[in-house]
Ligand binder design. Structure first.
Ligand code: ACO
Length: 381
């Protein structure tokens, strides 16, 4: 089909339904998000991230035996091969951790024995290997940025407990593990968002799963998408830095926001392409933030969070998205700000790879049209 002058241009593909999916349902009217039919809030309250990963890939929650087998496969795959560590070590510690993740995903693909095999069976194996390896990449990078030795994975800990253990070198408190587990579940899947769509576009060319994940990591990096959780903390840091001793947080936040909006800045962690009345995942993550504020005794951060949310409601009537509460949660847990989006990567590997497999089940090359609006045909001089 050739576009005509009457063609409707869907800038940013806004409102375009590109395909069907059985993996998740985002309903902006009712502010709900279902993974394979289950409300994400219930999954976050009652399941482990491993159960949710299984659900996204297989379509059903695992039985006890299936879960044991799945957990064993994930635990067996933990840790990093030497080639990945050597490649990471070649990068300066000033390299953005998202670039480290993207590079690591590419190397994991280049060295995977089933790299070129696009069967569902091979893609499930590659998915679980990526799921198991990415926490090690993130933890390794976080520690080398602080000139700390690598901490080997522990096979007796859950995915979330081990992730925190490998990063910080000690077992985290159960409430911290729980908050981390909730964040992993909420970040796992969200239909045709920019990075998932990127993964599906790449998969649609019949390229391999690691290529799709590597491209998706690139798409997630931007501050309009996953990079927003990092950007939220930079905003908080700016406000805290400018706050005079004994200054009023609410006033300082209001002033910061007015200046930012006057300079036409987008406020990170607010707004959403699909949800216009609030992101369905925020209340669950906000509960975890409240618990972390209490656990780490940082009411000041809770106050700042509330001040910005109220100021945005007053000035723009725009609500927070998931990146708004996760930023301060990861900060309180002790992650460097630049590590926040890689945590999103570690979780979203599940959603991306589920979509790659779904795309391949009924593949059609994704190739939209464009309307040419450059100069008319002309001759070389
Ligand atoms: N700060 C200030 N104004 C905003 C914001 C914001 N965060 N979000 C939307 N707006 C305003 C826009 O300026 C625009 O106003 P205008 O009509 O007066 O020009 C209006 O709301 C509509 O905004 P769009 O950018 O057209 O909305 P769109 O659906 O394209 O954008 C997006 C959604 C990109 C997420 C946007 O809200 C944004 O940039 N937010 C900040 C980045 C962010 O937090 N991203 C994380 C997304 S969620 C996730 O990845 C987990």
């Amino acid at each position: 089909m050739t576009p005509t002058s009457e063609t409707t241009i869907h800038k940013g593909l806004a409102g375009v339904v590109a395909d069907t999916t059985k993996i998740s349902k985002v309903n902006s009217e009712t502010n709900s998000l279902l993974y394979r039919g289950y409300p994400v809030q219930e999954l976050a309250a009652r399941c482990s991230f491993e159960q949710v990963a299984y659900l996204l890939w297989y379509g059903e929650l695992p039985t006890a035996d299936q879960l044991a087998e799945f957990e064993k496969a994930e635990r067996d795959g933990r840790g990093l091969e030497r080639i990945v560590k050597e490649a990471i070590d070649l990068l300066p510690t000033t390299t953005h951790p998202m670039d480290v993740c993207r590079t690591a995903a590419s190397i994991l693909g280049a060295t995977h024995p089933q790299a070129a095999d696009n069967s569902r069976e091979a893609n499930l194996k590659k998915g679980i290997d990526l799921l198991a390896a990415m926490p090690a990449v993130v933890a390794y990078d976080q520690r080398r940025r602080r000139s700390l030795e690598e901490v080997p994975a522990r096979g007796d800990l859950s995915y979330s407990a081990n992730f925190l253990y490998m990063t910080f070198g000690e077992e985290a408190a159960p409430e911290v593990v729980e908050a981390f587990n909730v964040s992993m579940i909420l970040y796992a899947e969200h239909s045709f968002n920019a990075s998932t769509f990127t993964a599906r576009v790449i998969a649609s060319t019949l390229a391999d799963l690691h290529s799709a994940v590597t491209g998706a990591i690139g798409a997630l990096k931007g501050p309009l998408h996953g990079g927003a959780n990092e950007a939220v903390m930079h905003t908080f840091d700016e406000i805290i830095k400018a706050l005079p001793d004994g200054g009023d947080v609410t006033e300082a936040t209001q002033k910061w926001l007015e200046d930012a909006l006057a300079n036409k800045k987008k406020i990170m962690g607010f707004g959403h392409r699909v949800y216009k009345n609030g992101d369905s995942r925020v209340p669950t993550m906000k509960t975890s933030l409240d618990k972390m504020v209490e656990h780490y005794n940082r009411p000041d951060l809770g106050e700042l969070y509330a001040a910005m949310e109220a100021a945005m409601a007053k000035e723009k009537n725009i609500k927070p998205n998931l990146d708004y509460p996760t930023g301060p949660v990861y900060h309180l847990m002790g992650f460097d700000t630049e590590m926040f989006t890689p945590l999103f990567v570690a979780s979203r590997i599940t959603g991306w790879t589920a979509h790659v497999m779904e795309q391949l089940e009924a593949n059609s090359l994704i190739r939209p049209l464009s309307e040419y609006n450059g100069v008319d045909e002309r001759q070389l001089p």
